[in-house]
Design a protein around this ligand. Structure first.
Ligand SMILES: [Zn+2]
Ligand SMILES: [Zn+2]
Length: 185
């Protein structure tokens, strides 16, 4: 089994990186290593939307730790999109190595509410669990309280827990066990 790398894309405050790393460590049961920030690729910017193409940023993560088979969690302040969606909180490879979360839309300030670092942190944890869950082969869950439920809005993020439902948890643990026994997935 590879290791776990946490990689900022562009400038990200250290306390958010530490929180994301701690959450990822707890979920994947492996120690995280924090890497230096990757520069934002100018080609990922969509000028009219003033957003960044999420798939381009995942591609940027592709070479990171590839030879060691490392799990990679990208963390960014950039506002993410893909052409069919107005925005994304994050994105991940289903059953793959790479996950990406954005802080852009989880701060209350984005919705014209007063700053609330504790709430932002709680939302960040949910998004880290959700995207890493995808890397463990989990698809979206019908239980709105489960961290693997689909969130198209911050209201849906706030409605869910930062933990997995029993069935998602069991499946993620099966996947982790397969990884730990040297299975390739
Ligand atoms: Zn998802
Ligand atoms: Zn679930």
């Amino acid at each position: 089994m590879g290791d776990l790398l946490v990689v900022p894309i562009g400038e990200v405050e250290n306390h958010w990186l530490q929180a994301a790393a701690a959450c990822a460590e707890a979920m994947l049961h492996m120690p995280a290593q924090l890497l230096n920030p990757l520069p934002v690729p100018p080609s990922a910017l969509h000028a009219q939307r003033n957003q960044y193409l999420s798939t381009s940023l995942l591609e940027l993560l592709l070479p990171v730790g590839r030879e060691r088979g490392a799990r990679v969690l990208g963390v960014t302040e950039l506002d993410l999109f893909i052409p069919i969606l107005t925005f994304m909180f994050g994105q991940a490879q289903l059953g793959g190595r790479l996950a990406l979360v954005s802080l852009a839309r989880i701060r209350p300030e984005f919705y014209r509410f007063p700053p609330d670092p504790a709430l932002t942190l709680e939302r960040l944890r949910k998004e880290v669990r959700h995207e890493l869950g995808h890397t463990l082969g989990l698809v979206h869950c019908g239980d709105a309280r489960c961290a693997m439920s689909l969130s198209n809005s911050i209201v849906q993020v706030d409605a869910k827990n930062d933990s997995l439902c029993a069935s998602c948890l069991a499946r993620s643990q099966d996947h982790l066990r397969a990884l730990q026994s040297g299975g390739n997935s």
